[in-house]
Design a protein around this ligand. Structure first.
Ligand code: ZN
Length: 148
């Protein structure tokens, strides 16, 4: 065995501390680690990481992806618009909810890249996802535009 799969991630045998880590740890890795430590706010790297995660999820439908998003407590995704060219996805209860608002900043690019990777795999064709709203930006939710 030389690499981990998403199935491996579910094999947890931790006697005292269980299967969950606090949101503040996830935020610290995401925002202080990736977003603030990497050059250009981690843009290219975050995209690569997110796409790979989305592909590895192994989901076969949008519903399955959305259920997993909620199950993993990434957020609660809802389709707000859909046509033959793509869709808009609002994510409620995103990990960033409650953080201080920072003008002009959107921080949920990793989550968008995860959606991009998963949808590309599901559709068998390259899909692009752009982050257009974020709680940190002062918006009412985080939102993505998906283009087929
Ligand atoms: Zn956000």
């Amino acid at each position: 065995m030389d690499h981990f799969t998403f199935t491996d991630m579910k094999k947890i045998k931790r006697e005292n501390l269980g299967d969950a880590v606090p949101l503040e740890l996830f935020r610290t890795i995401r925002l202080i680690g990736l977003y603030q430590a990497l050059p250009m706010k981690g843009k290219g790297t975050t995209l690569t990481i997110g796409r790979k995660i989305g592909e590895e999820f192994g989901v076969t439908s949008v519903n399955e992806l959305f259920r997993l998003f909620e199950q993993l407590k990434i957020g609660i995704p809802v389709i707000t618009h859909e046509d033959d060219k793509g869709m808009s996805i609002a994510v409620h209860d995103c990990f960033c909810e409650g953080l201080p608002v920072m003008e002009g900043k959107m921080v949920c690019d990793l989550e968008g890249a995860i959606i991009e990777g998963a949808l590309t795999k599901i559709r068998g064709k390259r899909v692009s996802v752009r982050e257009v709203k974020c709680n940190v930006h002062g918006d009412e939710c985080c939102e993505y535009i998906v283009k087929y």
